[in-house]
Every structure is written in structure tokens, then in C-alpha cells.
Design a protein around this ligand. Structure first.
Ligand code: DLL
Length: 428
């Protein structure tokens, strides 16, 4: 099923022509209406080919901070009908403004990823993303309405009430971060309602999760879930999402131009190489963004997908370059650790990484929840499991980590994006 089949299956040559036209329009509008880009584009000549984009300087998060809250608008403020922001809870948020047309396009983009995940107008969806500045709640809400599904706007938190409504309404679609979906599944089983739920589809996003973790959540809740990516600086959710092939997230290339760069040198990498995702908006009126450095590490696949969509597929995000841990000089993404942990049967879905400095040396301890507390009674089995985990982690990461196995339900649960890393290392 496709929401805008003509666009989603557009032959690549035609798609690239459309991108060039839209890029040229965006650049022209920014030259005329944006103080920041007007200045930056002075040195950039004409954009005649898509590759000419490489002459344009990058936009970075600090540009949003320095022009907070509305300095990046390229339209008169009277044309703005909504503001959204980044999900962080401290400091000044990153702000995105939208015109009416921007909101229309955004709703269609979200309807596209929901449709690709198998959502239909017959469905009733429970949105467990926060409604507020965060783009997740309102973004999914209007996209699902656009598609014709019924929406229950529960927002995040109050898990018992979420489960009650899920059962009462016969909710079929769950919209949540994977960590909250995991928690909901756990609570549903505990409350004895898991068997009564009618869920069939999940749309996960706002944070990554490994394929192994997803499989566990799917089993708990009886759903098939797709991964959906987005960020406030570039609109919000709906910029890329998986189809049911689940073989990468299709990027909405009619509305965005994507590149992958070497995060250290800024050089554009050849197609298919892993690096930092850089995105240019092609259809935003209120706040167009040129070459935004997302900090997210991924890889792009240009071969056509079995679903028939032609838009480029982005691999699941491996991590953010600023979340990458450097431990004793070794680069580690938390997702690599999750991948190892989920390969063990007795291990639950909750873990926490604790980094400390002991006598000038970095150490990593991983608190890992067991699925079954009974294992804690058997010292021998516990020790065996701990040793196997440590050996596997060492083999995969090239680094020793101490594993501490803890009882079920002892680690913190999250209703939004999970915070699994506790970095207590001294910075001196
Ligand atoms: O998290 C937008 C969103 C909401 C996407 C709901 C999908 C569903 P921000 O709060 O601005 O926006 O955070 C953006 O979150 O740069 C990634 O690091 C991370 N992120 C978002 N989705 C994924 C994902 C929303 N599917 C930042 N996989 C991004 C991995 C993700 N990371």
C-alpha cells in the first residue's frame, strides 16, 4: 500500500530532476529572504546540477541556537501557524516554524510512512508520543488523521491508563518509542491484559533500537513494527520510514536531498559508505535548511526495494556521532552493546551502561536485567552467563566491560526516549 504512489515510485532520473528544480527554488528563496543563508550563499555560484550542493556550507545545530527562536525563518512571522521544538528538556530548545502549507506536506509525509507500515483507515491508533514541543505527538497525530485512521491522543506516561484505553478501544496501532513500547508490553503482561489487546501494527521512532530488540517487543505485543526517523530541525517524523520489507528506511526524496559525509573531514562519501547523514529540505517554506549535519550515523542504499518504492533507503541509524562512546580510545556505539545483549536468551530488554574513571583509566560496567529472577539463586549459572556475556562483548567491541546481572524490574523504565548511558567519568 502506498499513500502517494506516483511520487513514491517515481523513476530516479525524474526524481533527481524534481530535486534539482526544488533545490534551485529553495536556494533562490533563501538568498532573498534569509539573513543567515543570504550571507552564506554569497560565495556559492549558481546551482546547475545536484552535485553543486557540495559548494554550499553545512548548517549545524549551533546555527539553530544562535538564531533562537525565530531567526531562521525565511517567511514573514504572520505566515507561521505552528512552532515545534527539540525533545531535550534542558537549555534552549531547537525550534522549527511551519506555514499552513508546511503542515499539509508534513501530514502527507507521515501518512506515507504510516501507510507503508500497513496502517489503514480501518485502524484506531494510540499515540503515546508526548504532545507538546516534541514533533512526535502532533506529527503522528495529523499524519494518521490525514490517512483516515482514528487517533487516540494519549501522549506519554500514565501506563496503566494507556493499557486500559488500549483494551477498551480495541486499539490496533501503537505509536511509541521502542523503549516505551517495551515497557507497555511488560506492564500488559503483568496486568494480565496482554491477551485482550487487538494491536497489530507498531510505528516506532524518536530513537533507535536493534532488530533483535524489536523482535522481542513485537513478540510481547503481537505486532509488526516499522522504524521511523526524523528530527525537529528538518520537520519531524515522516522524513524516512520502513516499508514492510523492513530493509531500510525510505527517505522522502521528493522533499529532502540526502548525503553521507565523513564526520571528521566533511567530505561527501561515495554512495553506500557509512558516515554522517546530511539533509537538505526541498519543500519547506517557513524554515528551509541547507545541508544540515544530523550527527546520525548511517548508510544509504540506492538499489530499488522489493516494495516498488524508488526512494533511497537509509540503514537503521547506528547511533549519533555525539553519542558514540570513546572508551580507552575505542569507539563504541551503545547499539553494538544492545546487539550483543539481545543475543542471549536469559537477558531482558533493559540495560544501563555506567562509565567511570578509575585511577585515570576508563571503565565500563553494564547493568543488565535478567528475564527471570530465579537465575539469581544459582550462583554457578549466573557466573557462567556473566562470563559468556563478557567474552562476547570483548569479541565484538574489542574492549573489556564488566557485566552486572540484576533482577527483573530493577532498572529505570522510560516513557519517551531512553537514557541508557550514565557517564560518570571525570573530564580532567
Ligand atoms: O525524534 C522526531 C521523531 C519523532 C521521529 C517520532 C520519529 C518518531 P527530535 O526530538 O528532534 O525528533 O530528535 C531527533 O532523534 O537526530 C536521531 O538521533 C534520533 N532519532 C529519531 N528517530 C530515530 C530512529 C524526533 N528511528 C533525533 N532511529 C535524531 C534512531 C532516531 N534515531
Amino acid at each position: 500500500m502506498m499513500w502517494q504512489a506516483d511520487i513514491e515510485t517515481m523513476p530516479r532520473a525524474q526524481l533527481e530532476q524534481l530535486q534539482l528544480k526544488r533545490l534551485q527554488d529553495t536556494v533562490a528563496r533563501l538568498r532573498a529572504n534569509s539573513a543567515l543563508y543570504g550571507e552564506r550563499l554569497k560565495e556559492v555560484g549558481e546551482v546547475k546540477h545536484l552535485q553543486d550542493i557540495e559548494k554550499i556550507p553545512f548548517t549545524v545545530k549551533d546555527d539553530f541556537r544562535n538564531h533562537y527562536p525565530t531567526g531562521l525563518l525565511a517567511v514573514d512571522k504572520r505566515e507561521v501557524v505552528r512552532y515545534q521544538g527539540s525533545s531535550g528538556t534542558t537549555g534552549k530548545p531547537t525550534i522549527a516554524g511551519y506555514t499552513k502549507k508546511d503542515l499539509e506536506i508534513w501530514a502527507d509525509l507521515v501518512a506515507r510512512v504510516a501507510c507503508a507500515a500497513g496502517v489503514t483507515p480501518e485502524d484506531t491508533a494510540q499515540v503515546c508520543f508526548g504532545y507538546g514541543l516534541f514533533t512526535g505527538g502532533f506529527g503522528l497525530h495529523y499524519g494518521l488523521e490525514r490517512l483516515g485512521a482514528a487517533v487516540l491522543p494519549m501522549s506519554s506516561g500514565n501506563t496503566e491508563r494507556q493499557l486500559m484505553m488500549m483494551e477498551d478501544f480495541g486499539i490496533t496501532v501503537l505509536i511509541a518509542t521502542p523503549s516505551y513500547a517495551q515497557y507497555l508490553g511488560e506492564m500488559a503482561r503483568e496486568a494480565g491484559v496482554a491477551g485482550k489487546l487487538k494491536l497489530r501494527v507498531g510505528l516506532f521512532g524518536g530513537e533507535g533500537c536493534t532488530a533483535a530488540m524489536r523482535q522481542r517487543i513485537e513478540q510481547n505485543l503481537g505486532i509488526v513494527a516499522t522504524d521511523n526517523y526524523g528530527m525537529c530541525e528538518l520537520t519531524g517524523p515522516g522524513i524516512s520510514g520502513e516499508c514492510l520489507e523492513r530493509n531500510g528506511l525510505h527517505f522522502a526524496e521528493d522533499c529532502f536531498y540526502v548525503e553521507v559525509i565523513d564526520p571528521d573531514t566533511g567530505a561527501v562519501l561515495p554512495r553506500g559508505e557509512q558516515g554522517e547523514l546530511v539533509v537538505t529540505t526541498l519543500m519547506r517554506d517557513a524554515q528551509p535548511v541547507l545541508r544540515y549535519r544530523t550527527r546520525d550515523i548511517t548508510r544509504l542504499h540506492y538499489e530499488q526495494c522489493a516494495c516498488g518504492r524508488t526512494h533511497v533507503r537509509m540503514e537503521k541509524v547506528k547511533g549519533r556521532s555525539d553519542d558514540m562512546l570513546i572508551i580507552k580510545g575505542v569507539n563504541v556505539f551503545p547499539s553494538q552493546i544492545e546487539g550483543v545483549l539481545m543475543g542471549f536468551d536469559h537477558i531482558g530488554a533493559h540495560y544501563q551502561l555506567v562509565l567511570k574513571t578509575v585511577g585515570f583509566i576508563d571503565t565500563m560496567e553494564i547493568n543488565v536485567e535478567l528475564l527471570d529472577g530465579a537465575l539469581l539463586e544459582s550462583f554457578g549459572e549466573l557466573e557462567n552467563l556473566q562470563r559468556s556475556l563478557e567474552a562476547r562483548l570483548h569479541a565484538v567491541l574489542g574492549l573489556s566491560a564488566k557485566v552486572k546481572l540484576v533482577g527483573p524490574r530493577t532498572l529505570e523504565r522510560f516513557t519517551g526516549k531512553a537514557k541508557r548511558v550514565l557517564d560518570l567519568r571525570s573530564t580532567t
